[in-house]
Design a protein around this ligand. Structure first.
Ligand code: C2E
Ligand code: MG
Ligand code: MG
Length: 702
């Protein structure tokens, strides 16, 4: 073998081997003569031996599917373009009938508008195609899975900016296929401008591989112009060698409903449902901001606590619907009376807080305060009802009284307390003296804890006189506190505090016990029918144990119910929570009498007295004080007495200080009287002396 032959053989073997390795072959067609030449690689690919088959243009057709033939033939007939190269992926059928996919790259020679020769390589890419197919199927499967979870799917070719959207995603926004431009800029144009920055930041974080996946909530504009909240989640699934993202897939989940309920929850957490005003929490946040602003600008602000007078009465007598309407109207009137920069909030119940910001002079504040009192005390037309209320306002000023929310609230509350105590329908500013009063109240509370144990309390008794006969068969037990440092303290100065701190329960128990001991003694020594009146605070009614033990104590001491009269106030009857009617029934079932104290100072409606078991009505001393034959108070007293009798109640007049008052009341038909004219409240032994001295009945003329 010569050198040339050896080299030739080597070349043949190399061609053989490379064709095998690359699963590649070459063919050559002389289109004019119909001659076809195949390399061994093509025989191999088509699973046929060279000795079995010699290809011709006609017979090679068997190796092509009809679709492939169409493609090839079309290229031969493309006389306009006369393509010189081709690059196909085509399907072929081997001699054994197996379908394979080949990649064909080739060259065609044209002459006078006709193809005359084609040379091409063919490479078996069946496996690669299958892998690609499998991948596509897998993708379709997860896209389907994501879609069926209700999510819209997107698939983003980051390099080209091309986006694919699943039908569900389009449907979420009301679009049809093809209605959305698929490049990413057009898609970004649908995102709410306020959300775009954050969305891009989140995306960048994931692109830079700072986050394992991308996640962002934003609004997308639907075809109809409305906005939808979506949660967009995604992940880069391929990157180039430098880590630059190439492709990213992800989903859109419609979270509009969640956002809506979150918004509602936020709204409810920060705003009062009834009036739509900010609530305590919201107000606190705003006030803190306002304080900061005042600090910066050297300004003042006023914090107003507003409490409606007699709201409870409206609620209890006209019903909660009317009460609610009233609150809504009150909210509106307050808002209309202040500037837009001021904050009006509702604390619950009938309490409102107003923050007047950017104040420069207090005279400003007083004008607004007066305006508020005026608008709130003018008539409210609530449906068919005409309702009158008024308001009490406590005011404190930043920075003079306090420099933080907590202390401003405390001060305003104390000032409100004073406004209420001062007779309502007024405003009161916080002052240092007020602060001292608060301190005193606080000290009183701590002293009071010890007072029961240290026996600093004692009872005095004030006779209640039968006006017609002058007979004394009753007395009211009144508490006194002998304070070691402060001397004698009257109940007016500590009962309210005891009610507020709950000590009234213990103190009340002690009073009852002491009063029952006294009446037991006096029924034995003075008068077998003697009756003792004991004041019972509404707070004691609210406490279940406090209520029950009263009945038990009476039984334990073997006293009949008639020995005791319980004095209650109107406020209690209006308290719809305390189960008052049934508790009063308990008392009357035990034979205990009930007396309505201080009548005329509160709501004073005789009509609803019928609903309760009440035996006596005590006309308040403020009526009795101004009694004279010409005054309307007398007419009122007469009316109260007549109506009480009508309802089967007996009437006791309090605070009778002059014979003239006594005579007028007697003439008006009043049954009993109590007051300094007859006697001041007396210690037990003084009471006994008083009794001995004047006999069971005597003439009180002085
Ligand atoms: P109240 O039940 O209306 O008692 C009548 C008050 O009027 C008593 O004041 C009495 O001293 C006073 N008073 C009686 N006659 C006259 C008079 O002719 N002129 C004037 N100006 N005042 C007269 P006090 O003892 O200071 O009691 C004040 C209030 O404290 C009582 O009003 C009652 O609401 C409450 N209170 C007194 N003791 C107790 C108690 O043991 N428990 C409870 N829960 N409250 C009590
Ligand atoms: Mg009383
Ligand atoms: Mg009274």
């Amino acid at each position: 073998m010569n050198e040339v032959q050896t080299a030739r053989q080597r070349l043949d073997r190399l061609l053989e081997a490379t064709q095998e390795i690359g699963r590649i072959g070459g063919w050559d067609i002389d289109i004019v003569s119909g001659d076809v030449f195949w390399t061994s690689g093509v025989y191999h690919l088509l699973e046929i031996a060279p000795q079995e088959y010699t290809p011709t243009r006609q017979s090679t057709r068997q190796f092509f599917t009809p679709e492939t033939l169409t493609v090839i033939e079309a290229s031969f007939q493309d006389v306009i373009n006369q393509p010189e190269t081709h690059d196909y992926e085509i399907e072929m059928i081997t001699a054994k009938g197996r379908h394979i996919w080949v990649h064909s790259l080739g060259h065609t020679t044209w002459e006078a508008g006709r193809p005359i020769r084609r040379t091409a390589t063919v490479q078996d890419i069946t496996e690669r195609r299958q892998a690609r197919q499998a991948l596509r199927e897998a993708e379709n499967r997860w896209k389907l899975a994501l879609e069926s979870a209700g999510d819209g799917v997107w698939d983003w070719n980051v390099a080209t900016g091309e986006q694919f959207f699943s039908p569900r995603l389009l449907e979420m926004y009301g679009f049809h296929e093809g209605e959305i431009d698929t490049n990413s800029d057009a898609v970004d144009a649908l995102v709410h401008p306020d959300d775009l920055d954050l969305m891009r930041q989140d995306l960048q974080a994931h692109f830079d591989q700072r986050t394992p996946s991308y996640q962002n909530e934003h609004r997308v504009q639907c075809k109809d112009g409305s906005w939808k909240w979506v949660l967009s989640r995604g992940m880069v699934i391929s990157r180039d060698a430098d880590g630059k993202p190439l492709r990213m897939i992800g989903t859109h989940t419609d979270i509009s409903a969640r956002k809506k309920s979150e918004e509602l929850i936020w709204q409810q957490a920060h705003f009062d449902v009834l009036t739509g005003l900010p609530n305590r929490r919201m107000l606190r946040a705003r006030l803190e901001q306002d304080i900061e602003k005042c600090k910066r600008n050297n300004q003042q602000l006023a914090c107003l606590f507003i409490d409606l007078d007699h709201f409870k009465e409206v609620n209890d007598t006209l019903g909660h619907d009317v009460g609610d309407k009233l609150l809504v109207d009150v909210a509106r009137r307050i808002k209309d009376s202040v500037r837009a920069c001021d904050t009006v909030a509702r604390m619950g119940g009938d309490e409102f807080i107003v923050v007047l910001s950017e104040l420069n002079a207090t005279s400003d504040t007083e004008r607004i305060l007066q305006k508020l009192l005026d608008v709130l005390s003018s008539v409210f037309q609530l449906g068919l009802e005409k309702v009158f209320v008024s308001a009490s306002i406590g005011v404190t000023i930043y920075p003079f009284d306090a420099d933080n929310v907590e202390d401003l609230f405390k001060n305003a509350d104390q000032a409100l307390y004073v406004a209420k105590g001062g007779g309502r329908n007024r405003f009161s500013f916080f002052t240092p003296a007020l602060q001292e009063a608060v301190q005193r109240r606080l000290r009183l509370t701590s002293d009071m804890h010890a007072a029961v144990a240290l026996q600093q309390f004692y009872l005095v008794f004030q006779p209640i006189v039968d006006l017609a006969s002058g007979a004394v068969r009753k007395a009211e037990a009144l508490i006194r506190w002998q304070h070691p440092q402060r001397g004698l303290i009257n109940p007016a100065d500590f009962i309210a505090v005891a009610e507020a701190n709950g000590l009234i329960i213990d103190i009340g128990e002690w009073v009852l016990q002491r009063a029952l001991e006294q009446v037991q003694k006096w029924r034995a020594t003075l008068d077998a029918n003697f009756q003792i009146s004991v004041n019972k605070s509404p707070v004691q009614f609210q406490s279940a144990t406090g209520h029950r033990s009263w009945l038990e104590r009476l039984q334990a001491m073997d006293l009949p119910g008639e020995a005791l009269v319980v004095e209650i106030t109107e406020g209690l009857l209006l308290d719809s929570n305390a189960n008052v009617a049934s508790k009063l029934l308990d008392l009357s079932a035990a034979g205990i009498k009930v007396s309505l104290d201080d009548f005329g100072t509160g709501y004073s409606s005789l009509a609803y007295l019928q609903k309760f078991d009440i035996d006596f009505l005590k006309i308040d001393q403020s009526f009795v004080r101004h009694l004279s034959s010409s005054r309307t108070d007398l007419a009122l007293c007469k009316a109260i007495i007549a109506m009480s009798h009508e309802l089967g109640l007996q009437v006791i007049a309090e605070g009778i200080e002059t014979p003239a008052q006594r005579d007028l009341l007697l003439a008006a038909g009043c049954d009993y009287g109590q007051g300094y004219l007859f006697s001041r409240p007396l210690a037990a032994d003084q009471f006994e002396a008083f009794w001995q001295q004047r006999g069971v009945s005597c003439d009180f003329q002085i």
